[in-house]
Design a protein around this ligand. Structure first.
Ligand code: SF4
Length: 396
């Protein structure tokens, strides 16, 4: 039997066995595809234990084999060759039937404060060769991975570096989860100094892209991250940041009410129409009602992110406007300093002005904080590493 016949036979066996056959995976170029994501073959980073068990059993392997593979996967080891306790035949089957490593590390930068910034290249599918960024931000007791959900961004916020880059496509759930796994693997190989956390305790969807413009990939990645057989992250430890796509926020609340952060940046429609153009479609009044409906667990709140731009949204009247918008019982304001980049026409407010702005908000009963800037020496704002690479003409 040649390789192709072997794969077809595997697929036919799997077809009899898998309960997810109801949605009908298809064999294309030797890889198994889910019906819901015909363009993306099954990827090891996001596959469930149930699916992998059905698949490995269809290959004639005992059911515990899938569990062994998942245990390696959950530690960030994705290359079957490195899965030491599984037989050679299973390694080959995994490599030939699934996309095991959807990302390749291209560059890593380490800040003096422990922050690590990663540039990954996608290894397969329509976006093969494109790059995305992720960041690991360590603290004493927690370690947060900031992940990307798109290559570029569909939206066009004028102050945002990612917004200036062309939108090239949505990441699949496997490509999203693989960023978390790659960071885990890196920390396993090279832990940080003992006073800093070297594990992934929190995940934020705040990297490149608008996560809710990629609902399929993001919803599936959320179920993988919270899967008891997967990374087992609690919803309380995951935060999704959106510019305010109202129907999508409602749907997120129904399927996975993770922590929500809103890129607010202005509390009046005229200015927000300019800074966050999606506001023209979903203005502040609509966003207000949507945030009031979003389901929050005990002691949870919505974060309103506010990048402070000198002379644009840091005026005295902006304090009044914010005070009129914020729901004090359910929301807090996070003031963010602007990371400038070549070609940007904006400058950030001074540190002193940001502190004063925060004080004024607090005096009005609003929980407001100034976000501590991390990884300044490696410019850890999304899109910058990718742009630098492109400017140096090193993007493949
Ligand atoms: S701020 Fe967010 S939504 Fe706006 S362009 Fe940047 S990545 Fe996209």
């Amino acid at each position: 039997m040649n390789n192709e016949q072997h794969r077809v036979a595997s697929f036919q066996a799997a077809a009899l066995h898998l309960d997810f056959m109801l949605t009908g995976p298809t064999l294309i170029d030797g890889k198994l595809y889910n019906a819901s994501m015909q363009q993306n073959p099954l990827q090891l980073p996001a596959i469930t234990l149930e699916k992998l068990t059905a698949l490995t059993e269809s290959w004639g392997m005992p059911h515990y084999r899938a569990k062994q593979v998942i245990q390696w996967r959950n530690r960030g080891i994705l290359n079957p060759v490195d899965m030491l306790n599984i037989p050679g035949e299973l390694r080959e089957r995994l490599s030939s039937s699934l996309i095991c490593e959807p990302l390749k590390l291209v560059q890593r930068q380490c800040s003096t404060d422990g922050t690590r910034k990663y540039l990954f290249m996608l290894t397969s599918g329509r976006l093969k060769g494109k790059m995305v960024e992720s960041v690991y931000i360590p603290e004493e007791k927690r370690g947060t991975v900031c992940i990307s959900s798109q290559v570029g961004c569909v939206l066009d916020c004028p102050f945002c570096h990612t917004g200036t880059q062309n939108f090239e496509g949505n990441l699949s759930s496997g490509e999203i989860v693989a960023q978390v796994l790659a960071v885990k693997h890196d920390l396993l190989k090279e832990p940080l100094a003992p006073e800093l956390n070297s594990s992934v305790t929190h995940v934020v969807y705040m990297g490149m892209g608008e996560p809710l413009a990629n609902e399929e990939g993001v919803h599936e990645s959320l179920s993988s991250l919270t899967d008891p057989d997967g990374l087992k992250l609690s919803k309380r430890r995951i935060t999704l940041s959106t510019s305010g796509l109202v129907p999508q926020i409602d749907r997120l609340g129904e399927v996975a009410s993770v922590n929500l952060a809103i890129s607010l940046h202005a509390a009046e429609n005229r200015l927000r129409d300019e800074l966050v153009p999606i506001n023209r479609k979903h203005p502040l009044q609509e966003l207000r009602q949507c945030l009031n409906r979003y389901s929050l667990g005990k002691q949870r709140h919505i974060t309103l992110e506010y990048v402070m731009l000198d002379g644009i949204n840091d005026r005295p009247e902006d304090i009044e406007l914010l005070a009129g918008f914020v729901n004090r019982d359910r929301e807090r304001v996070n003031l963010i300093s602007f990371n400038t980049y070549p070609g940007s026409s904006y400058t950030g407010s001074s540190k002193q002005h940001m502190n004063e702005f925060a004080k004024q908000l607090i005096s009005k009963g609003i929980r407001a904080t100034v976000r501590r800037s991390r990884g300044q020496d490696i410019m850890a704002a999304c899109g910058q590493l990718k742009a630098e690479r492109k400017a140096e003409n090193r993007e493949p």
